[in-house]
Every structure is written in structure tokens, then in C-alpha cells.
Design a protein around this ligand. Structure first.
Ligand code: KG4
Length: 304
């Protein structure tokens, strides 16, 4: 909050301080002892390298001490497989294969054909900023704290989505671009503030609603196109931005219009969480997909 974003070095130090108490607490809550654990899954990437190194090193040490297999997990794949989590209290409706996944987070905007738990094909992705970045950067322009996405969502509920119009990218195929929108939003606010220094405060809700409407519309247009081109009628959303109420409403609207079956993750499983890493580890465990002690984390990874 104080820095307007995540400071990598501070994040690594926080991971280092918290990993042992967090694992301890998780085992206590789950009611398992270290001896009952069959394998250790860890996030190999993508992400901030320092934080990934803490998790990878801990997992390696744990696996070696307990003589159990080590499973690497791709964070992006895990966001999608969050749709297969059942918890102790509830079971949920899971997508059937193949389905389309719109993965939208602070670092990614992708459309993926999910053919099986571990077989995914990216058919569209952002060529510059991610959708979450567009939310966060535009929020910053309006003087809102980080992360701005949830605040824009909240304000948008009280605003008019058609009060302002912002530029939309003209990108071929199923790819996305959000940097043009971000720049046009910045210039628009700068010009308006010159005329009225209170412009942002006076129009906060309408600005948020119009911006959210534009981002959601850009996202949904390509998803509709992907559904048309692939003939797939099951659509799941994943990643932090899947918590956005405007996106969820637009998805449900498209579902009734185009006869889709849609899946929205539980809030706790849409933002970054450990359960999604565990469920991915479970599917890999069933296929004996283990890695050795020589595995290293990667800051940049894509879905293969
Ligand atoms: O997947 P995630 O938790 O982690 C990273 O990608 O790091 O996604 C975080 C992103 C942030 O950009 C945040 O602003 C956005 O998800 N986000 C939202 C909402 N909740 C989180 N964006 C719009 N509306 C929301 N309700």
C-alpha cells in the first residue's frame, strides 16, 4: 500500500519470515502431520524470483527430509485448475473438457482452450499490459491506492457505465492490448483536470463505471469470438480480475444469450491462493509428474 505496488525485495523477506509458520498452521488446520504427506507441490513460476526461490527451496528441503516426491506447478495453470477444488464444507460444479478459460490477473490476460487437467492451449493473449494492470494503473491515475481493481469495482456499482467513452484496441485475432486504453485514460484525466481540478473527485463513480465497462467489453468481445471460432460453449474465468462484478455479470449475460455454461471461481480461489497449487499438484501426482532436486524457479513461464 505505502509503495503503490509490490516491492520485490520486501516480498521475498516476508516470504522467508512467514513460510515456516504458514506451513505449520496449514498442517494444523488440515489435521495432518508431516509424516502423512505424500508429495510436496510448489510454484515454479511465473512470479517474483526472490519469492519463488523461498518456496522452491522450502519444498526441496521438505521433500528431501521426508523422502517424498517434488511437484512443480505453473501458477497460471493453477489459476485454471482452481475450478476443480472442492473443500471440506462444499463441493462445486466443475467444468467439463474441453472448455475455454479467460485467465485475467495482474500479470496475464489469456484465452485458453483447456483440453484436460494438464493439457492447455493458449489461443489469445495480451501483447502488452494485462487487464489487472489496466485496472491498477488507471486507478493510480485517479489517485486510488494499490491494488485499484477492487476499488474501481466497488465505485463502479454507483456510476454510469456510459458517462465517458474510452478508446478500444483494434487488435487482430484473439489477442488483447490494454496499454492504449491506459494512455488514453491518462491523457483524458490530465486534460479534464486542467479545466476542473476536482474533476476526478466529482466524477469518480462514473469514471470507474465507464472504465470497467470498457475493460470488460474488450475482454468479453474476444471470448465471444473464441467461443464462435472453437464451437466451445463452456467458459470459465480465472485469476484475480475474475472477482470483478462487471465481468461476472457480462459472463452471465453472454451465457443466457449464447447458451453457454459458465464457471466463476469462489472468491477465495480466484485471487492468488495455495489451494490452487495443491489441486494442480494432485493432478500431477496422479500422473507421476515429479521433478528432481535440481529444479530451479522461473520468473517468466507460459502455459504449455
Ligand atoms: O491473480 P491475482 O490475485 O494476482 C496477480 O496477478 O498478481 O490478481 C491480482 C489482480 C490485481 O490487478 C487486482 O487489481 C485485480 O486482480 N483484481 C480486480 C478485482 N479483484 C482483484 N480487478 C477488478 N475487479 C476486482 N474486483
Amino acid at each position: 500500500m505505502d509503495y503503490g505496488g509490490v516491492v520485490p525485495e520486501l516480498a521475498s523477506r516476508a516470504h522467508q519470515q512467514n513460510i515456516i509458520p504458514v506451513v505449520h498452521q496449514a498442517m494444523q488446520k488440515a489435521g495432518v502431520t508431516a509424516d502423512e504427506i505424500d508429495a510436496v507441490a510448489f510454484t515454479r513460476g511465473p512470479g517474483l524470483l526472490g519469492s519463488l526461490m523461498v518456496g522452491t527451496s522450502f519444498a526441496k528441503g521438505f521433500a528431501m527430509a521426508k523422502n517424498i516426491p517434488l511437484i512443480e506447478v505453473n501458477h497460471l495453470q493453477a489459476h485454471i485448475l482452481a475450478h476443480f477444488i472442492d473443500d471440506l464444507k462444499n463441493t462445486y460444479d466443475h467444468p467439463e473438457f474441453p472448455f475455454l478459460a479467460l485467465l485475467v490477473s495482474g500479470g496475464n490476460s489469456q484465452i485458453i482452450v483447456v483440453k484436460d487437467h494438464l493439457e492447455m492451449e493458449v489461443i489469445g493473449e495480451t501483447i502488452d499490459d494485462a487487464a489487472g494492470e489496466a485496472f491498477d494503473k488507471c486507478a493510480k491515475v485517479m489517485g486510488l491506492p494499490y491494488p485499484g481493481g477492487p476499488i474501481i469495482d466497488r465505485n463502479a456499482k454507483q456510476g454510469n457505465p456510459h458517462a465517458f467513452e474510452f478508446s478500444r484496441p483494434k487488435i487482430q485475432g484473439l489477442d488483447y492490448s490494454f496499454s492504449g486504453l491506459k494512455t488514453s485514460f491518462l491523457y483524458f484525466i490530465r486534460d479534464k483536470v486542467k479545466e476542473n481540478p476536482n474533476f476526478v473527485q466529482d466524477n469518480m463513480n462514473d469514471l470507474c463505471a465507464s472504465l470497467q465497462y470498457t475493460i470488460v467489453d474488450i475482454l468479453m468481445n474476444k471470448v465471444k469470438r473464441a467461443a464462435r471460432e472453437t464451437g466451445i460453449k463452456q467458459v470459465a474465468i480465472a485469476g484475480g480480475v475474475s472477482a470483478n462484478s462487471g465481468l461476472q455479470n457480462a459472463l452471465h449475460e453472454a451465457a443466457s444469450k449464447y447458451n453457454w455454461k459458465v464457471y466463476v471461481p469462489q472468491l477465495g480461489y480466484s485471487l492468488d491462493n495455495a489451494a490452487m497449487i495443491a489441486i494442480t499438484g494432485y493432478f500431477k501426482y496422479l500422473k507421476n509428474e515429479f521433478v528432481g532436486q535440481d529444479t530451479a524457479p522461473f520468473a517468466r513461464m507460459t502455459i504449455k
